[in-house]
Design a protein around this ligand. Sequence first.
Ligand code: ADP
Length: 331
Amino acid sequence: MPEPLSQLDAVTFGEIMAMFVAGQSGPLEHVTDYRRALAGAEYNVAVGLARLGHRVGWVGRVGDDPFGRFALAELARHGIDGSHITVDPVLPTAFQMKGRAHGDDPEVVYFRSHSAGRGLVVTPAVERYLTGARHLHATGIPPALSPAAREFADRAVSVARAAGLTVSVDPNLRPALWDGRDEMVRAVNDLALRADWVLPGVAEGEILTGRSEPEEIAAWYLERGVRMVAVKNGAHGAELFTVDGDRFACPAFAVDAVDTVGAGDGFAAGLISAALDGDPPERRLVRAAGTGALATTRRGDQEGLPDRAELAALTGLPLRTRTEKGTVVSG
Ligand code: ADP
């Protein structure tokens, strides 16, 4: 097992899947050319953070198969710490098929019902690993995967909070993975209400809170102990609300969006990145919106995620460079 990177900035956990991306338009059963890639909301966030220069770890299980080995190689290539990934000797790595996008959400079909990724197990070593970071990012997906993965998510958030990490939760609602809507809403809100920051899309916020306006969605969480809520609204931009009563809006940056999958994950990476750098809320929102916008500009779930120079070129915010001693503003 490789040595973990020292002093992680952020950790996340979930299921990583191989993905076959259609090279042609049309129903997936007619497509003959596929490109191999990887998918997973938390993995996308980890790649986003790594590209912005942060030390980030991803925890999960993969199968002892070509998809699993591909995932491990990609995590390493991105510089993501994988020292607490388990290779399951029996169960396979999940995979999915993704249609060719045309600026809207493409068709996605999952093959993940008996996967290695569902078997997340909390161990004392994993708890120590998670609590060694500064920030924990969780999504509403693991609670949908299995009782074990739900237990892992609960425990991860609990130990992170107790250890003083900041915690973000992106609901990432996947109704198809749940038996019923009520159970989904209850479980995802259980997790979200223990986070410092919650990042719902506006449609997700409506499902989770029963309220339709971003301000009302945010208030529902802020009244219940969350400190910062960012409500995402695709090409309409995003708004951020804090427990101190601050409210900021950021219109969508004008980009040529070709594939919107992963925009929300890029948004999360940008928000976490700015917070790790000590930025105030307004700048966090701008970095989040900029990272989300750039994520849409390339086909693929991670390909558009920017480095700091690309992000600065879009947002106009100063380029901050990560150094061993911290972050310095250099432009
Ligand atoms: P999710 O992937 O969670 O549904 P959104 O699609 O709302 O998230 O995207 C997250 C954020 O990314 C948006 O709030 C916005 O800031 C940015 N974004 C998304 N789509 C576009 C787009 N077409 N053009 C510019 N920015 C976008």
